[in-house]
Design a protein around this ligand. Sequence first.
Ligand SMILES: Cc1cc2nc3c(=O)[nH]c(=O)nc-3n(C[C@H](O)[C@H](O)[C@H](O)COP(=O)(O)OP(=O)(O)OC[C@H]3O[C@@H](n4cnc5c(N)ncnc54)[C@H](O)[C@@H]3O)c2cc1C
Ligand code: SF4
Length: 314
Amino acid sequence: MKADAGPDGMFVAGGTDLYPNMKRRHQEPKLVITLMGIPELRRADGRTIGSCITLTDLSASRFVRGSASVVAHAAALVSTPLLRNMGTLGGNLCLDTRCNYYNQTYEWRKAIDFCMKKDGHICWVAPSSPRCWAVNSSDVAPVMVALSADYVLVGPSGERVVPAARFYHNDGINYLTKQPDEVLAAVRLPAPDGWDAVYHKLRRRGSFDFPVLGVAAWVKWETGKGNRPTGRVAEARIVLGGVASWPQEVAAAGAVLVGTDLSDEGVAAAADAAYRPAKPMDNTDFDLSWRKQMTRVYVTRALAELRQRRQAAQ
Ligand SMILES: Cc1cc2nc3c(=O)[nH]c(=O)nc-3n(C[C@H](O)[C@H](O)[C@H](O)COP(=O)(O)OP(=O)(O)OC[C@H]3O[C@@H](n4cnc5c(N)ncnc54)[C@H](O)[C@@H]3O)c2cc1C
Ligand code: SF4
């Protein structure tokens, strides 16, 4: 169906992002192809989770809560119960990027002569910029990048598997690397082998809003003799959501944690390393300099939670 429709066709899953966008004429497909009638896409088979699982089912899944609780937690933080009942994992991972100058009615956008992302030529956030800076506001995407999950894509030329980080582009318009006729069929979660991860979200209304900052922190604990945990970090990844057009991994923040036991000094160094490259733009909620300050606070809180969980498990 998609091949026949070409650019006039779009996939839809829960429709909680696409349908509001269609009302505002951000996307104007002539044919909408639902994926929800394909039972295989709703199946969870061990660590392989079908993309059409709803966020409610994902957050309640006993398997996910047991083996990757951070995924269940991030899914539970998306919006409201009604939207989680409709919204899916795949739709969340393919979410359109957002901006104050874009997520407006057609008439509002027309009044400012539109913008580069749709129907216009200029970026109102950075008028001399050749690119769009709309932000990735998915709660689950930064978590998948931090976990280094794999995405299974199916298209006319077959199936391919890409690491989550390679699925995203840092560009507000071309924000996904997948081809338009490829379906995100499933996500493969990593095996639970000594890693732990948490997700912290900043938003105005705790029961409703998109993240203006999301921090996904992942650590793999070092093991010593007899495969016993030493309490030290072997590997770490810090990924920020809501501050760039893609989930932004701050490699330097992960690197400074290696070899530490998440001591206050190690955590402070990682929070500082994450703070420096975080460059939120003035295109979402809250003052942007305050949002930047919050990067340090939220990374510190996320790592403190990981340390606490480690201590509780010992
Ligand atoms: C008021 C409100 C608040 C929200 N708050 C949040 C929030 O706090 N956090 C958050 O992360 N999101 C939020 N959302 C966005 C949205 O509800 C969720 O991200 C949801 O998970 C999207 O899933 P969906 O199935 O409804 O996507 P859809 O609307 O069906 O699809 C979204 C996009 O993904 C594409 N797509 C969907 N599934 C696939 C697939 N399997 N393969 C290929 N392409 C696909 C569609 O073509 C479309 O472009 C909010 C939305 C609203 C309206
Ligand atoms: S960042 Fe610029 S081009 Fe992109 S949606 Fe916002 S105003 Fe438009």
